[in-house]
Design a protein around this ligand. Sequence first.
Ligand SMILES: [Zn+2]
Length: 358
Amino acid sequence: MNMKTKNEKMNNKTFPTRFMLFMATCALVLGSCTEDAVEPEAETSVRPKAEVEAQQESQFVTKYFLGDAVKVELEEDGTYSLAGTDIRLFEDQLSDSPDAYDPNPVPGEELSGLAQHGSIRKWPDNTVYYVINGLSSSVRSELQKSFDEWTSKTNVRFKERTNQSNYVTISSSGSNSNSGVATLGMYGSSGYIKLGTRATAVVIIHELGHTLGYIHEQNRADRDDHIIINIENIQPDAVDQFYKNTSAIYLTSDFDINSTMMYGSYTFSKNGQPTITDLNGNILPQRQASLSPLDIEGTNVAYPSTDGGGSPEPGADLCDTAEEFSSNKAYSVGDYVTYYGRLYQRDYTRWNYIKTCN
Ligand SMILES: [Zn+2]
């Protein structure tokens, strides 16, 4: 779900949503679109003429995201939109060279500055801190439903910020639509979610997935084994966002067309024909205001119940149970290792220091 956030142009316009997400258990990736019964794919359907004109003025530039070339556009708030999707990236989450991203980082590298570019961070202690700024009571109600969906089924928790330095600000985009945009992962005090005035839980659950660090499911490199992308039906300037991400860490082994991070069949259609179908050419199920079983499984991989260095059981210590880091082994988000007497947990793009082992 994505919409442009050009401030002064935004009133009176309905912005299309372009989403992108993929999770899937995904890797850092999760995604889906929002469609509801009243307005199927409200935010992803036909683009208003004004939007198309504005898009023609857009300046896409090529950057590297997780090692893959992507087209991005500089937004007025200083973030970059990933080829017209609802994901907003900060400059240092992108790089000018594919070499700046290391898919197999070594614990402690972040201290040397080697792992700065392309960094996507998960939330410590499974807890997302938030500040709400000016949402209507109806959107606030949908937001609460969305929090409840995540917290009732996964280890993730949402707490109102008191004095935490890392938090996400949730506010209105001013767009009269069921849509949203979100920054990716934890990013100091700068992360945000901006919601349209008619945003429902279908959209908000998806945007919270981006906050947790997930990208869109259809960007998985193995997606062609599960879905068909009909390039000929995609709006020309949206084609680039259907790229395959080769470096994202998958949180689940299976592709998930039911993921909240999965696009709908008509997302970014230019002609009313489906942009995505299953391998038999059938339309995908509409995204619901709920997490899929694999969304839940993948989230509990990225955010395991022992997150933050806590003990899996009273008396146990992860320093005793975690294996020594090996450069020959592939790691998943949420894994713990020890390295030179220190305990680390794998983040999406780096290792996070947890504590020194005795
Ligand atoms: Zn999205």
